[in-house]
Design a protein around this ligand. Structure first.
Ligand SMILES: Cc1cc2nc3c(=O)[nH]c(=O)nc-3n(C[C@H](O)[C@H](O)[C@H](O)COP(=O)(O)OP(=O)(O)OC[C@H]3O[C@@H](n4cnc5c(N)ncnc54)[C@H](O)[C@@H]3O)c2cc1C
Length: 542
């Protein structure tokens, strides 16, 4: 399968060309640090870009306080990681291993130079992205989650970190490693916690606090009016973010859960052009996110839009769940769809601890070598079953009707029908679920035979169709009878993506009549920006 870079380790150490270093010298200054002095402090701001002119620099493991063996950098290399682009805090101490001379450039000036010399920007972004990738793949840095088997809040944080590509490792409470850590950080060893460094530990954090720490969130101000506010960070929203940035529009993406949307939960997208061996949805969306950030588009996660209104001067005001407000001259609705829930007693009790709506590697890890259940007969259910069959002992797929959905692609149907670790149960529905803190067993009803049977399982994946996320639009735009946003000729709009309200556009799965695929969402998101460009020009010419 395609990955971000074939040789992450060597890409992470790529050096800049002499011409690019010369350009940086014009806007930077030389500074010196003596051996042992800290250049970046864990949890501190990353206000500067540093290019090493002479000497050696170490990346320090924040938990053990010992330099990482891979982290020593020398003359010609530069310091930093992807969160430099969006102003995240330093996730490690960076220390001078010898006396060092560095070229120091303030962050705003460096970002400006990267946009003026795209080749320089590309080199730096590739190295930063490779470093983050290296950290995630090798379980380095980021957060340490101290948790019990079933701690729901820590799982929520782990899920948030996983889906937003924040490196995180989990240590079981009660293990000797956990006791040692709790001792080192002064935490109560019997309580779950999120550890960011020796003196930075949060006992019961929210995803928002974690996001703020890692720079995924932005400070919002009602005084700032964006050219375009993109609501929803799935493929459609990300594509709009890339094009908006590239066209020089001031754009902000508001995302409720994780950049990537539904596609971010797909372990393998096989039908996206250009990736003959498939690509993970998370990888594809990560590339788009980095690309958009490179063009200057900002993302705010986790932020949920709650309502939209319009001021007398035509400026839109989107109110978020925490009552903060964002102002914009135009809006792209890219909120996609959300999986339907089942009406079963106690289902909500087990959400996040046995009942799941996505099958990523994180959930797959929770399943261990157990029998698991996937509910649904469509593409998403099929893909989840295929993915889980690699780690689970057996996968039971419950299909309400007589067969898999006719919309399912042939390649997937063949695989499901021929995989010995998957059983397809037609005319079958889950009728009850039980357990204490964690799901333990489910009752399955065969609606044809009128019989019921019980299956011991720690995980059920509910994939039974989806409904559009449009309640936040507050009646501002016309919806069809299923709640999808009507666009184009149906509502008298000049463009295919225009809604019934001028200045509000809709793209991707949330748009009535759209093809519910990654490629079409990306297509919508890419094209809509040219329509927004014309809309804003018309506004300016009035
Ligand atoms: C498991 C799975 C596998 C799939 N496999 C494939 C495949 O192989 N090939 C393919 O072409 N397609 C596949 N799809 C479909 C594809 O992922 C979708 O068509 C695509 O993601 C739609 O993109 P979107 O941006 O329109 O919406 P979404 O991906 O749904 O993204 C919408 C985003 O908006 C956010 N949001 C919602 N409401 C709010 C709010 N009020 N405020 C802020 N943010 C909000 C959501 O959190 C979400 O991140 C798959 C889908 C799933 C679930």
């Amino acid at each position: 399968m395609e990955s971000l870079a074939e040789d992450i380790a060597s890409l992470a150490r790529k050096r800049l060309s002499p011409e690019h270093v010369q350009a940086m010298q014009k806007i930077g200054e030389e500074v010196t640090f003596s051996q042992g002095q800290k250049i970046f402090v864990l949890g501190g701001p990353q206000d500067y870009f540093y290019q090493i002119t002479d000497g050696l620099v170490d990346v320090i493991n924040p938990i053990t306080n010992v330099p990482f063996s891979y982290g020593r950098m020398g003359k010609g290399e530069f310091i930093g990681e992807i969160d430099f682009l969006y102003g995240g805090r330093a996730q490690v101490d960076i220390c001078a291993a010898t006396n060092v001379r560095l070229l120091r450039i303030p962050r705003p000036a460096m970002l400006d130079l990267m946009s003026k010399i795209p080749e320089l920007g590309d080199d730096i972004v590739s190295v930063f992205a490779a470093r983050r990738r290296h950290m995630i793949e090798n379980n380095l840095l980021g957060m340490t989650l101290l948790s019990g088997e079933t701690d729901r809040n820590i799982r929520r944080i782990a899920d948030f970190a996983n889906r937003n590509r924040i490196p995180a490792r989990q240590i079981a409470l009660g293990s000797p490693e956990a006791a040692k850590l709790a001792d080192e950080t002064g935490l109560d060893p019997t309580h779950p916690a999120v550890i960011l460094g020796p003196e930075i530990a949060l006992q019961n954090p929210t995803p928002r606090q974690v996001a703020a720490y890692f720079g995924l969130d932005v400070t919002l101000s009602k005084d700032r009016v964006y050219d375009v506010l993109i609501v929803g960070g799935g493929p459609a929203g990300i594509a709009a973010a890339v094009y908006a940035g590239a066209e020089g529009l001031e754009a902000l993406v508001i995302e409720d859960l994780a950049i990537g949307g539904q596609a971010g939960t797909s372990s393998r997208i096989e039908n996206y052009m250009g990736f003959p061996t498939g690509i993970s949805g998370a990888d594809l969306c990560w590339r788009g996110e980095v690309q958009a950030m490179k063009f200057g588009t900002r993302f705010a996660v986790p932020r949920r839009a709650k309502a939209v209104s319009e001021d007398a001067d035509g400026t839109f005001c989107v109110t978020l769940e925490d009552e903060e407000q964002v102002m914009a001259r135009s809006i792209v609705v890219a909120t996609g769809v959300q999986y339907r829930k089942l009406n079963i007693d106690r289902l909500e009790d087990f959400e996040g601890s046995g009942i799941y709506y996505a099958a990523t590697d994180l959930e797959a890890r929770y399943c261990g070598q157990s029998e698991v259940v996937v509910i649904g007969g469509g593409n998403s259910a099929g893909q989840a079953a295929m993915y889980l069959s690699r780690t689970a002992r057996h996968v039971h797929v419950l299909i309400r009707g007589t067969s898999l959905a006719s919309s399912m692609s042939d390649y997937l149907r063949n695989r499901l029908e021929n995989d010995p670790s998957i059983t397809l149960h037609t005319h079958s529905q889950m009728s009850a679920c039980a357990g204490d803190d964690h799901l333990d067993e489910v009752v399955i009803r065969d609606t044809e035979q009128g019989t019921e049977w019980t299956l011991k399982t720690p995980a059920v994946f509910v994939m039974v169709g989806a409904a559009p996320n449009t309640s936040w639009l507050s009646g501002c735009v016309a919806l069809d009878d299923k709640g999808f946003v009507k666009t184009g000729r149906d509502v008298g709009a000049a463009s295919l993506y225009g809604t019934s309200h001028p200045g509000i556009f809709a793209v991707g799965d949330v748009r009535a009549g759209s093809v519910k695929r990654v490629a079409s969402a990306v297509g919508d998101g890419s094209v809509v920006i040219s329509r927004i460009w014309s809309f804003l020009q018309d506004l300016d010419n009035r």
